[in-house]
Each structure stands twice: as structure tokens, then as C-alpha cells.
Design a protein around this ligand. Structure first.
Ligand code: NI
Length: 136
């Protein structure tokens, strides 16, 4: 079987603040710098979601890209876009919304679409130069 990786790009805009509730603003400033601004700040997040798997001989697809697109919209864009991640997104009520934690949350939300034998990779750009990835 030929294994092929198919990818879809998406994006969302969101605000966050990196801080620990049990630290003072000064302690948070030391560890998180400008990202700990108590008044929050925003990023234009860019996302690349990839599914690797066998080509289905019936369809010639690894995955119907329309299904992947709709799943990303429902699970990521509708849930995160124009939101304050700390306040409005339940997954970050007790989880610091670093790029690392966001990419793992997105992976958990998207992996339910996979069929056995498929692997999901999520790459998240917080800025054009800073990005993280997670695959499983
Ligand atoms: Ni930030």
C-alpha cells in the first residue's frame, strides 16, 4: 500500500495570556515576558493539518478533503476564532495556552476523524517564525 500525507491549511485569530494563577504578575513577567500582559494580546494562528494513510482503492483518496475541511472548521475555527483562549475556551481554563498546549488540544479534537492506521500531524504557527508540531 502506498502511504500518502494529505494536508489542509486553516487559520484563526485569538487572544491569550501566558500566566500561572498562583504566581504574581511580577513572577509571570519574569517567565513569560510580554506574553504575560494582564490585558491579553492576540495572534494570527496558522495551522497545517496532515493525515497520513493508505490510499483507499475505491476512491483514490486517503481522506475526503471536504470532510477534513468541515471537521477543522467545526472543531478549531468555530471553537477558537476571535475568542479569548483563557476565558472562552474550556480546554484552557486550567491549561496555559502556549503554542505547545494549543497544538496538543487541537490534535485531541481532530483525531476522532481518523480511521485505523491513519496518523495525524498538526503544525501550529503562532507567528510566521515561531511554530510547533505534534503528531501521533
Ligand atoms: Ni502570545
Amino acid at each position: 500500500m502506498k502511504r500518502v500525507k494529505v494536508s489542509r491549511k486553516a487559520h484563526f485569530n485569538a487572544a491569550h495570556r501566558l500566566y500561572r494563577k498562583d504566581w504574581t504578575d511580577a513572577q509571570n513577567e519574569v517567565h513569560f515576558g510580554k506574553c504575560s500582559n494582564p490585558h491579553f494580546h492576540g495572534h494570527n494562528y496558522e495551522l497545517i493539518v496532515s493525515v497520513t494513510g493508505d490510499i483507499d482503492p475505491d476512491t483514490g483518496y486517503v481522506m475526503d478533503m471536504k470532510v477534513l475541511k468541515d471537521h477543522i472548521k467545526a472543531e478549531v475555527e468555530d471553537a477558537f476564532d476571535h475568542k479569548n483562549l483563557n476565558i472562552e475556551v474550556p480546554e484552557f481554563a486550567d491549561l496555559i495556552p502556549t503554542a505547545e498546549n494549543i497544538v496538543v488540544v487541537i490534535h485531541q479534537k481532530l483525531k476522532k476523524i481518523l480511521t485505523p492506521g491513519q496518523e495525524l500531524e498538526v503544525v501550529l504557527y503562532e507567528t510566521p517564525r515561531n511554530f510547533v508540531s505534534y503528531s501521533e
